[in-house]
Every structure is written in structure tokens, then in C-alpha cells.
Design a protein around this ligand. Structure first.
Ligand SMILES: Cc1cc2nc3c(=O)[nH]c(=O)nc-3n(C[C@H](O)[C@H](O)[C@H](O)COP(=O)(O)O)c2cc1C
Length: 390
């Protein structure tokens, strides 16, 4: 998504400045060309050399060192990102002050600007900082964070710079084509847990990666997104409505509740097919052989497929082996619009991987895709959905 995009990254003198090495590296890996401008204060926290190595580009620090850099760098950049943004630079932007290279670049830049404020919570709560931030927001500056959490000073509070991944997401969001503005997309992700007793459950190896990638891709493309997730170690994506659902029954109820307002349902959760026929209220003790009787878990897709007024439905069919016929049967029987088939025995495909090799099956055709990242699979299935719905 960031291929051929030029990011001008302003680094100011906050403790979070060291994180810009990671930010720069990730942006570069995503295809962006990153040019860093540092303030004098920032050099106390991270060296220009580190950022030069991470970006592969010259790092600028001095207004008079490279004459016209304050005009040329902004003019050839697609986006300006200030991370971390100190209270000082926020005040300078709000007041149009240009007394060093970065603040002068900011004044001459004409595109979208993203700031990631970072400071001690007392500084952050100061009315002067809040007023300056409001001025920036009113002018259309995009702000990411700060977050609440442990601060470098050893205190807890609001002021921590947002995660590097959230800053990248905000940058990508600016470049994404907003072709799903009219869609309200409900995505399910992750495994369900079916309890035998208060401490034991049946589950599966789903990580939630595919569903989270779909939710983020849909958000980037302008959709309103709700994500219903079973237990997952993944970080909750920002900017979406997030609902936790532990069991298949929880997921069923959450989907029914949210469905009314949705135009699309994407069921990528690995909902259990079975659940224990009885759940013990107490921990089951050790007593020799234990026979477990299972009953079918709620079949969410079948229930929704039967509804008279239903959204566009996309299901997933993870199979062991090339049993594409099973997926086609599910598509028909559960009255879905699309189903995404994958063979989890294939290399790089299936649970807890960052890639997937899928066939997108709909009522018109099968689209076999090569091994792709889950982000690319997410975009491909949203592309096909948009094509069918058009
Ligand atoms: C150890 C230390 C840590 C600092 N951390 C922050 C910070 O996280 N956020 C902030 O706004 N200012 C912080 N400051 C204050 C700024 O460095 C100071 O306001 C400086 O003038 C900012 O300059 P700049 O905005 O040009 O980079 C810190 C100062 C010191 C000495």
C-alpha cells in the first residue's frame, strides 16, 4: 500500500523517539521511501545515523545545512508524519512558528499531516497543550494517540506514544481508496471455547489473524466495521467496534445483535462444530475414564442464511485436503454469497500463519489465488465482494 509513497518523518525530542527506528524500518519494508527530519532535541534520544541506516536516506537536522531543504523535502513528500510529537512542536505548529528545519518544513508542507503526541501526563493535561491540539485538529491535522499506560518517567497516565503499528495504519488509511464507504461490515474472528466445566474447554488453533486482517482492510477502505472475536492474542485494531465472544453461543448472540445494521457478514471465526452436551458447574474431578458426549454447536451461518432479510454473507471453509466440493456444498446449503476455501494442510496456509492460499468461490466463478499474506487475501475477498455487489 505504501509503494512509491514518500513519507517525511519529523522526529522531535521525546523519550519515544527511539521507537522511530522501528517505525522507519516498517514503513520502508511496506514500500515507502522515508526521509527523516530531526530536531536538535531529538538527537539526544536517537542518533541521526540510526535513522539513516533504517531509512536508507540522508537524515536532515539543520535548517542552514542544506539550503532549500525546508521547501524541497515537503514538496516531494506525499505525507508528513511527526512522531513523537512533543508539546513544543505541537505549540509551534499551532502558532506557525518556524525556527528550525522541521517546523519550517511543516509550514511549507501542503499535504496531510499526522501527529503522534507523546509526553508526560501532566504536560498532556495542561490546557495550553490541549488548546494547541484542538487548533491542530480543527485545521485537519490527523492525530494518533496518545495512549494511557506506563510512561518513561515511571508514572502511569495518558501520554504514551501510540504503537508504531497504529501510526502505520493511520498512514496507510490516508492512501487507501475508500471504495467501501457505504458498507457496514460485521466480521467474526478467532476460535470459540466450549466449556466442559469452569476451567476446561474444547477449542481450536485459530489465531484470529485472517479475521483481524479483514476488519482492518475493510476499515482502511472506508467501511464501518464491527469485529466479534473469540480469544486471540492479537492487538485490538483501533477505529472499529470490538466485541469479545468466548463460546459459540456468545458468538451466535453477538452476531444476531449486530446483524440488523450490517450490509455484509464475514464469518471467518473458527466456530466449534460441537459443544459438550452437559457443562458441569464444578470442576470435574479425576475419576478414571471420562466419556465426553458432544452435541452440535449453533450453526450461525445456516441460521442467518435462512433469514428473509439478510446481509451479503461470506463464509470460510478450512479443510484438510483439496475438498473444494465441501466448500461449494456449504455455499449452497447455507445460502451464502461467497465462501473462501483453504486447505490447511498446505504449506503457509491455515491456522496461525501470516499467509494463506485460498480459493474464493461465489455463485458465478471460482478465483484461485496464489500464496498471499493475510492482508492481501483480505483485500482480494473485499474486491470480489465489491464487484459482485456493484
Ligand atoms: C529526558 C527528557 C525527556 C523528555 N521527554 C519529552 C516527551 O516525551 N515529550 C515532550 O513533549 N517533551 C519531552 N521533553 C522536553 C523536550 O525535549 C523539550 O520540550 C524540547 O524543547 C523539545 O524540542 P523539540 O520539540 O524541538 O524536539 C523531555 C526532556 C527531557 C530532558
Amino acid at each position: 500500500m505504501l509503494k512509491n509513497k514518500s513519507v517525511l518523518l519529523g522526529v522531535t525530542g521525546g523519550v519515544a523517539a527511539y521507537k522511530t527506528i522501528d517505525l522507519t524500518r516498517r514503513l520502508t519494508e511496506n514500500g515507502a521511501s522515508v526521509t527523516v527530519v530531526m530536531t536538535d532535541a531529538a538527537k539526544n534520544f536517537v542518533t541521526p545515523l540510526s535513522l539513516e541506516i533504517a531509512s536508507g536516506n540522508k537524515v536532515y537536522t539543520d535548517l542552514f545545512g542544506s539550503p532549500m531543504a525546508h521547501i524541497d523535502l515537503p514538496a516531494r513528500s506525499d505525507i508528513l508524519v511527526i512522531a513523537p510529537a512533543t508539546a513544543n512542536i505541537i505549540a509551534k505548529i499551532a502558532n506557525g512558528i518556524s525556527d528550525d528545519l522541521l517546523s519550517t518544513c511543516i509550514l511549507s508542507f501542503r499535504g496531510k499531516m499526522i501527529i503522534a503526541p507523546s509526553m508526560n501526563w501532566r504536560m498532556y493535561e495542561n490546557p495550553a497543550v490541549q488548546n494547541n491540539l484542538k487548533t491542530l485538529m480543527d485545521r485537519g491535522v490527523i492525530r494518533v494517540g496518545p495512549e494511557k499506560g506506563a510512561l518513561a518517567c515511571g508514572e502511569e497516565g495518558m501520554g504514551r506514544m501510540s504503537d508504531v503499528r497504529d501510526i502505520i495504519r493511520a498512514i496507510e488509511f490516508q492512501f487507501a481508496e475508500k471504495d467501501l464507504l457505504n458498507e457496514r461490515i460485521l466480521v467474526t474472528a478467532g476460535p470459540t471455547r466450549e466449556y466442559l466445566d469452569p476451567v476446561r474447554f474444547l477449542s481450536n488453533r485459530s489465531s484470529g489473524k485472517m479475521g483481524y486482517a479483514i476488519a482492518e482492510a475493510a476499515l482502511k477502505r472506508g467501511a464501518e466495521v464491527t469485529l466479534i472475536s473469540g480469544f486471540s492474542p492479537l492487538q485490538r485494531p483501533g477505529g472499529i467496534k470490538f466485541i469479545s465472544a468466548d463460546t459459540s453461543l456468545d458468538m451466535f448472540h453477538a452476531v444476531l445483535r449486530e446483524l440488523r445494521l450490517s450490509t455484509v457478514l464475514i464469518m471467518s471465526a473458527a466456530v466449534s462444530d460441537f459443544m459438550p452436551a452437559e457443562k458441569s458447574d464444578n470442576k470435574i474431578g479425576k475419576s478414571g475414564e471420562f466419556l465426553l458426549r458432544l452435541k452440535p454447536a449453533p450453526d450461525i451461518l445456516s441460521e442467518i442464511g435462512r433469514m428473509e432479510k439478510r446481509p451479503f454473507i461470506i463464509g470460510f471453509s478450512a479443510e484438510t485436503g483439496k475438498k473444494i466440493g465441501n466448500a461449494k456444498k456449504k455455499l449452497r446449503e447455507k445460502n451464502m454469497d461467497m465462501i473462501v476455501f483453504n486447505d490447511i494442510t498446505e504449506e503457509g496456509s491455515g491456522f496461525d500463519t501470516d499467509t494463506n492460499k485460498v480459493v474464493i468461490i461465489d455463485k458465478i466463478k471460482d478465483t484461485e489465488l496464489p500464496l498471499l499474506s493475510k492482508d492481501e487475501v483480505a483485500d482480494a475477498l473485499l474486491d470480489r465482494m465489491a464487484e459482485i455487489k456493484a
